[in-house]
Design a protein around this ligand. Structure first.
Ligand SMILES: *Cc1c(COP(=O)(O)O)cnc(C)c1O
Length: 231
């Protein structure tokens, strides 16, 4: 019988192999890509096993679940990435345990995030919407609004503008979406040369994201298995 640890180790091996191959195909080195394992819906015991297996970064998208898990795993040397939609009334609480907030998409979040970070430095990524104009809006700031939002981050000394995050829209070839993202990022780096993080790519499209410059991929189900369906 395979243990959960064996399952997770096998999933990690597969995904690390995919990242290695994706890098090699485009002349990048795997060290340039950080694997953020998305542990949402899975228990703290899985986070613990992943840490034992060498995982350094975990991602969560729901505040209450993330807060509880971060507390249970406080003894582990992990970076916690908050990757979900963020309500401004929860932002300060998220900043208290998150090391990186990847889903910053409006200025209203910045004050509470800075307050919640307290004396710590909090890294933030601006989530860019890759939806074509006129699509039903999902999360993220429109590329046209990016520089205003980035400037607003500069008003908060505790917030470090680390880069950009995006999710490929459903119903479009992710390679096309990530090609657009690479252009947006190229322009963004001209004004913010130290904001080099690009978080893009999930279980289904990490290869395309790596090909377009992702420095961080956020992978859940390809490592942990299918998430329970929530009705
Ligand atoms: C859930 C989630 C992921 C991981 O998705 P998988 O398809 O399970 O790899 C990545 N990014 C965000 C923003 C998510 O919410």
């Amino acid at each position: 019988m395979t243990s959960r640890r064996d399952e997770l180790a096998a999933g990690l091996d597969r995904v690390r192999g995919r990242i290695d191959r994706a890098c090699r195909e485009v002349g990048r080195v795997p060290e340039e890509v950080t694997l953020v394992v998305v542990t949402k819906f899975f228990p703290a015991s899985d986070v613990r096993l992943l840490a034992q297996l060498g995982v350094t970064d975990v991602g969560e998208n729901r505040h209450q679940e993330a807060e509880a898990k971060a507390r249970e795993c406080a003894d582990l040397d992990l970076s916690w990435h908050f990757i979900g939609g963020l309500q401004s009334n929860k932002a300060a609480a998220v900043a208290a345990y998150a090391d990186v907030v990847e889903s910053v998409d409006r200025p209203k979040l910045l004050g509470p995030l800075a307050r919640g970070a307290g004396e710590r430095e909090l890294r933030v990524l601006l989530q860019v919407s890759l939806d074509p104009p006129g699509a039903v809006h999902r999360a993220g700031v429109d590329p046209a609004g990016l520089s205003t939002l980035a400037a607003a981050v500069g008003d908060h000394p505790r917030l470090e503008l680390a880069g950009l995050m995006a999710v490929a829209p459903l119903g479009e070839d992710p390679a096309d979406a990530f090609a657009r993202l690479a252009q947006v990022r190229h322009a963004f780096l001209t004004d913010h040369p130290s904001a080099t993080v690009l978080s893009a790519g999930m279980s289904g499209d990490l290869e395309q994201a790596v090909a377009h410059g992702a420095t961080h991929v956020r992978v859940g189900s390809a490592i942990l298995g299918p998430r329970p369906v929530i009705l």
